[in-house]
Ligand binder design. Structure first.
Ligand SMILES: [Zn+2]
Length: 93
């Protein structure tokens, strides 16, 4: 079994798309791109999971509203989580 890993540039693109993805703001094409990247990139899967949890957490506070864009704070938190993920990966490479 061969494990190929996406380079971090494409991970960054995925990160940029992921928040839109989880906000349901992405067209289906872009969703498929993300899902394809996630299929070959375990660190991004982990990141997507934490992103999803964060989004769900945010939504719990306003369940009656339609999903809106993430707040500034949530975005910062995600950015940090992402940087941590990248750093952890570089350490293990
Ligand atoms: Zn990735």
């Amino acid at each position: 079994m061969k494990v190929t890993h996406e380079d971090s540039e494409s991970c960054k693109e995925v990160f940029a798309l992921l928040s839109d993805y989880l906000n349901l703001e992405l067209p289906p094409d872009a969703c498929r791109d993300i899902e394809r990247h996630l299929a070959g990139c375990p660190p991004c899967i982990e990141f997507a999971e934490s992103l999803r949890k964060t989004v769900e957490l945010c939504r719990q506070y306003r369940p009656a509203e339609l999903p809106g864009p993430l707040g500034e704070q949530a975005r910062e938190k995600l950015q940090r989580a992402y940087e941590k993920m990248l750093a952890a990966r570089q350490n293990s490479a």
